[in-house]
Each structure stands twice: as structure tokens, then as C-alpha cells.
Ligand binder design. Sequence first.
Ligand code: SAH
Ligand code: SF4
Ligand code: F3S
Length: 481
Amino acid sequence: MIYDEITKTYPVSLPEEEPARQYAFMDILKAELADRMQRENRMFTMHVETFGCQMNAKDSEKLAGILSYIGYVPTDSEDADIVVYNTCTVRENANTRVYGRIGYLGRLKKSHPGMRIVLCGCMMQEEHVIEKIKKSYPFIDVIFGTHNIYMLAELLYRREQSTKCVIDVRKEADRIVEDLPSLQKYGFKAGVNIMYGCNNFCTYCIVPYVRGRERSRNPIDIVRETEMLTKNGVREVMLLGQNVNSYGKNLEPGMSFAELIREVSKVDGLQRIRFMTPHPKDLSDELIEEIAVNPKICKHVHLPLQSGSSRLLKLMNRHYTKKSFLALVDKIRERIPEVAITTDIIIGFPGETEEDFEDTLDVVRKARFMSAFTFIYSKRSGTPAAEMDGQVSEEICSERMKRLLDTVGEVASKEAERYTGRTETVLCEEYREDTGCVTGRLDNNLLVHFPGEKTLLGEMVSVKLSECKGFYYIGEQSSDL
Ligand code: SAH
Ligand code: SF4
Ligand code: F3S
């Protein structure tokens, strides 16, 4: 692994404990930036971009929080004083996108030499990526991975003391640092990390290698963060972890995910709780019961299938079969008839035959998913599947993808149609000036567009679901429920 390559020149009397130490660096940078703002008589801007999943997005909010504390103002433009790319490496195309965009940043920096470019996130945990960046993109200023994002201010400070790129990528997290600033993307909904890392090692997946081992956050910190968010206007939280069912296993005393979600639901003013992602292998009856009885928990379960073939599921190291997955779906539907079940599916895992693929289509039909994220298998070096025989050709993958999308489309629109004519509570999440329409999200994650005012953003309102358009509804605001 790569460690920083410069001599550390810290100011005297820096606190040793976190987060006090990071606040000290933020304060130094803040004072320096205030000076520069006065000298140059302008605002300094930041652009933080997320390339990955909800956890990556949550990290971006923390990074933006630190920069905002220092005094940078957010901008949509990449021609900013500081640009942060929070990268993802779950599939090859995520990497390709990042490389393309870094090239563009290099050209921007030529006409804006004071610009600082920071690369962080999952992709930076891979040694070959760091080698490539060092060789091909010498204009990068700071690089770190997933384990020390709390150190952004310290690393920026070190960059100012040096003439070289500062690289600090760690193999494992040494601690969970709480209470750093955060700048939320939305005022009314927010993600809350409940755990970091993953121990499952599904054979296709790189996440355990770049995010490290499972670590649960203390429930008191989770509840405290939820309370703080709710006080600031958040109505809905999404509890985030690679496998939320493993929550609490390394805590002393232990705590189950169902117990945690019950605790979080006691927060006053909080109206909705979502969570992502439960692994089908260990979704407990206790959790199903909690979703059924707790009115704050959304009746939506994202249950990643990956494949419907028991043979492939074994090769994927998923620890369930076609039969046990379908039995789980039946059990959830029996206890929570209103539930919407969504999923993730991978096409073209090594050795996938037509028969394996037919099994996947069969599960899609039987499980009646409300929607599915569908991916073509991407070979990740270092994972067991990358070494497996029978990599599936691109033509076969795209032909299967087309058939999968047709089947998902058919099943999903039938599922969505069940709600036609009903009046449901939605959280208003977006407003479009050109159409004068508000987009609201139902408890079950379906979207509905309806005529409304911008002032509705962040409000919970009743909407009649008039017309189903497949994946979404057209509706009208209603006064009755
Ligand atoms: N922890 C979550 C998923 C994280 S990654 C879970 O277990 O469900 C999100 C999704 O990306 C996965 O569900 C899987 O469908 C997909 N994925 C992961 N690795 C992939 C790969 N190598 N190729 C294609 N899709 C992949
Ligand atoms: Fe990857 Fe499997 Fe962990 Fe999900 S559970 S992050 S798919 S290894
Ligand atoms: Fe998420 Fe991508 Fe990392 S999916 S955990 S940002 S590899």
C-alpha cells in the first residue's frame, strides 16, 4: 500500500484526538482562505462529484461539509477552485468515466493553475489505479481512499506545504471518526451510515477489497445523527450499509438491525425510514415483523437477487438458492402484503448458460419485482470470478440484457398498476419549472408527477394516483386520505 511521501510539517500544539485535530486543520485553512478572499476580492468555489453508490454519496456530503466549513461555496461547474472526484470501481465503466473526466480537469487546470484536484473513494484503493494516475496525470494534488476521508483538511494542508501530490491511501480504517461537518444534498432526506465495509466476498464483487471489513457504528451516534438531521428539517432517512442484516455483530453489547431500526424510529419528527441493502441470505423474521408493524418504516425491500440460478448463486458465494430466495419473497409478501420488492441482477457471470439465464427470468416473474437495477458482469481484477472459466461474450450479454429488460418492464408495470386510483402520501422531492410539476415518492419508492408549487418541496402530501405510466404515475394532489 501507498503511504504519504512528504515530510509532515504540522503547526505546533495540534490536538491529538479526532475530530479536534481535523477541526484544527480546518481552522488553519479557513483563516488562509479568508485572507485570499479578501486579497482577491472573490468567493472560492468547490465542486464535489459522486461516481458511486449511496455510501459514496454520503461520503461526498462529508467532504463537501469540510470544504464548506473552510469557506468554499458549492458550484455545479467543474471549473472550480477545488474539485473532488469521489470515485467508484464496482464496474469497469465507472473507472473509464473517471479517467475521461480527469483528462478534462487537466485541461481546465492549465488555464486555472491555482485549482486543486482531489481524487478519493473506492477506485483509489487499487494500487494499479494509483500507478496509472502518477504516470499519466501529474497535475493531481491530493489522493486518498475510503478509510480516511475525515482527513481531507489535513491532506489539503499537507499539499500546501509541499510541491508534490499528497497520497495517503490506507489498507484498513483505524477508527470511525464522528462529528465532522456535513453538507447535505437535500434538506428533507438524508443517508445515515450504520456500518462500513463488507465481509461477504461475493466472488464478482470488489467492494470488500476497497471498503475493508465490516464495522458497525455505535447506535447512540446513529440515533444522535438522525435527531440532528430531523431537527434541521429531514423527514426521511436511509440507513446505509453493504449488508444491513449484519449490523451490530461486532458491537459490545451486540444489537440486531431490527433493534436499531426500532430505536431510530423513536426519533420525534422523523416520518420515514428506508434502508439499503439487506442480503437475502440473512434477512431475519424479526426484521420482517418490524417492517410490518412499524409505521415509519417504508414498505419497500430492496433484495438483490444477482442471479436466479442456484448453480451460479453458489459460484457467486451468495449463500441462498432460487428456491430459498422465492420462499423469502413469499414470506415477506405474506406478512407485508403492501410491500414493494426491488432488486439487482447481474447478466453474464462467468459460465452463465441459457438455462441459468432462464432461471433468472423465472425468478423475476415469480418474485414480481417492482423494479430492478440490471448490470452486465464486469470483471474486477483480484476477485475470484475474474479467474473463472467461461467469460460470456458481449453479444450474448447484450441479447440477454434486452430480454431481461423486457421481462422486468412487463412485471414491474403490472406491479405498479396495482395502485391505480388510490390516494397515497408522498414526499415531494423535486420541482420542474418548465412543466410546473412536482415529483413525489411513495412509501414503496414509486414516483408520481403531479401539478404543484415549488413550496411543496420537502412536504408530505396526499396524491391521487390517476394514471400508471409503467415505472411512475401521473397524479393530482388530494385533500383526503
Ligand atoms: N452490498 C450490496 C451491493 C453493492 S454493489 C448487495 O450486496 O446487494 C451494487 C450492485 O452492483 C450489486 O448488487 C451487483 O448487482 C452489482 N455488481 C457488483 N459487482 C459487480 C460486477 N463485478 N459486475 C457487475 N455488477 C456488479
Ligand atoms: Fe459486494 Fe456481496 Fe458485499 Fe454486496 S454483499 S458489497 S455484492 S461482496
Ligand atoms: Fe459504492 Fe462503488 Fe464503492 S458501488 S462502495 S462507490 S465501489
